[in-house]
Design a protein around this ligand. Sequence first.
Ligand SMILES: Cc1ncc(COP(=O)(O)O)c(C=O)c1O
Length: 421
Amino acid sequence: MTSPDVSNGMKIYQYDKSAALFRRAAKVIPCGIYGHFSPTPCVPVSAYPFFSERTEGAKFWDVDGNEFVDYMCAYGPMVLGYHHPVVDEAYQAQMKRADSNSVASPKMVELAEFMVDMIPVADWAFFAKNGADVTNYAAMIARAVTGRNKIIAIAGGYHGTTPWMQAAGHHGTIDDDLTHIRRIPWNDFAALERVVAEHPNDVAGFIASPYHHPIFVDNEMPAEGYWQKVQQFLKKNGIVFIIDDVRCGFRLHMGGSNELFGFKPDLICFCKAIANGYPISALVGTESLKNVAAKVFHTGSFWYSAGPMAAALACLQELKRIDGPKIMADQGKKLLAGMVEISKAHGYHLQVSGAPSMPYLRITDDASLMLHQQWCAECTRRGAYLTSHHNWFVSTAHTDEDIQRTLEIADDAFKAVKQAR
Ligand SMILES: Cc1ncc(COP(=O)(O)O)c(C=O)c1O
């Protein structure tokens, strides 16, 4: 007889220790686990682990000892595989010499030089910790250089949790936070023209990700010629063009994701994958903005930490050496082709959108998303960690064996979903 914890020979994970830790966390931490790691979008919550103890390559092990092939990659920072020896050695060697210090590290200069060399748009680089540090800085530079107020962003675009970037009505924000923010639909050039015309000489900057990757809905690529028209229009109107490459950066192209789509912004924000998990973000920009950038006061207690700078340099060098974006695109394509074929064999349609290295998937046979949530949950309970609301991430550490194992899991998860229905 089959035990309830096994399906077709595959173990169905239980999370007793995760659940017990979450109960402890909820007593002493608001929400227990907050932000993007929060259990809220994980449906059903019982299918997901919440605490992990160990990581290696493309895998993590939760506190209950369950092993997962990880398709969330720490929500982007893991790009070369957890504990990549080249990055970890560079980090540890730097940590032995100096990390926090009272003056800056030469590593900062080396990292800036490397990025300026590799990224065509970059004439300078600036370092911080989180994505929002640099999206904020970019908006401040746009306002400082133009003397204008308004920032145009895409509806549903995410640039961090600073009040001006949050959606109207979010707890803790006030109406005034959004006084100078205008949101327009993705790929809608006419809307950009209209908003700029409505605010003559008051639009400082336009910020967008290189392609549209919101949560819960299909991701969208730029329409043919969209970015080129935007670039030309912003230049003509003296508006600073900011690309938020925090999520896509170094997964699509080593020169900045804009290179893949053939356009040149004025500023590019990087974070997540830049140092394979070590905490650092970067803003790069054109020569014409360098002097103004120098005048905008922006800093933080840990922004000069040298360890993450050494890790970023090693990570970018390694990604460039192995052509990381190509490896991730190839592995992503294999995963997606397999997933689509398996879903078809079970009579379902799996919609794939976004880049192969960071795809968003959705089963379209149920508009409510419940079927899709159920399938993602069944995959996770069998050892492929993925979410139903957010794009997944592929790393260079995802091997053919990992993908094969994931496809077997996906197949069994479809069987489970069918049985349950
Ligand atoms: C596109 C994009 N921009 C900005 C951010 C904010 O980055 P952080 O959470 O490091 O502040 C994120 C985070 O997910 C992001 O995906």
